[in-house]
Design a protein around this ligand. Structure first.
Ligand SMILES: O=C(O)c1ccccc1N[C@@H]1O[C@H](COP(=O)(O)O)[C@@H](O)[C@H]1O
Length: 214
């Protein structure tokens, strides 16, 4: 089984190097000012070259307008855009066409009906990302370290290509993979010592746990 693994919210060369050494298929940069993982496009542009030819670079945005995306795409040269806000199917299509890049659309899941929301995005988004709903009071739509009930994913059609995220860590990934069948995993706070501070040790432990589970 080949499982994509995206380490998200990277901000340092050291953490990127560890993720790549361990075999990350994707690395994610966050462009959302309220996040402790936020980077300016110029900062991410300097970091992204480490991944060239090794992993796909994903730019994570939240309801970003064209001006913001224009800058991110030209400076960071991402391989994929992750839309983690309330983007409509029409907006997803517009973004795909404008930048000629694959788009991963994030959905917040708490109950079965939340998965029905992907219907109008089928054939529009290149990949789906299922994350937990943000806890009350959080200003972040993702990166909250909160899981959802993975058994809900059993109702998905097998053809749905998705990454699983939300509160994943070395301690729970075996359980997650026992009930869900994602094409990829996406993790941020589960490999951190503090919000926005990646732990090289936790990154290694996460990959070790995934390898043991698949
Ligand atoms: O990580 C953030 O700060 C963030 C901010 C805005 C949108 C998305 C964000 N992160 C995404 O959340 C999940 C990972 O969450 P977790 O910390 O592992 O629970 C992942 O999809 C990130 O891209």
């Amino acid at each position: 089984m080949t499982l994509d693994i995206k380490i998200c919210g990277l901000k340092s060369r050291e953490a990127i190097a560890t993720a790549l050494e361990e075999g990350a298929s994707h690395i994610g940069f966050i462009f959302f000012e309220k996040s402790p993982r936020h980077l300016e496009p110029a900062e991410a542009g300097l970091l992204r070259d480490a991944a060239s030819g090794k992993a796909k670079v994903v730019a994570v945005t939240v309801d970003a307008d064209n001006a913001a995306l224009d800058e991110i795409v030209s400076v960071v040269r991402p391989d994929m855009l992750q839309l983690h806000g309330r983007e409509t199917p029409e907006r997803v299509e517009e973004v795909r066409q404008r930048y000629n890049l694959p788009v991963m659309k994030a959905f917040a899941v708490r109950e079965a009906g939340d998965l029905d929301k992907i219907e109008p995005y089928k054939g529009v988004a290149d990949r789906f990302l299922f994350d937990a709903k943000a806890p009350k009071g959080s200003e972040l739509p993702g990166g909250n370290g909160v899981s959802f009930d993975w058994t809900l994913l059993a109702r998905l059609d097998e053809s749905v290509d998705y990454m699983l995220s939300g509160g994943l860590n070395a301690g729970n990934i075996a359980d997650a993979l026992a009930v869900a069948n994602p094409a990829g995993l996406d993790i941020s706070s589960g490999v951190e010592d503090a919000p926005g501070v990646k732990s090289q040790q936790k990154i290694r432990e996460f990959f070790r746990a995934v390898r043991a589970a698949v």
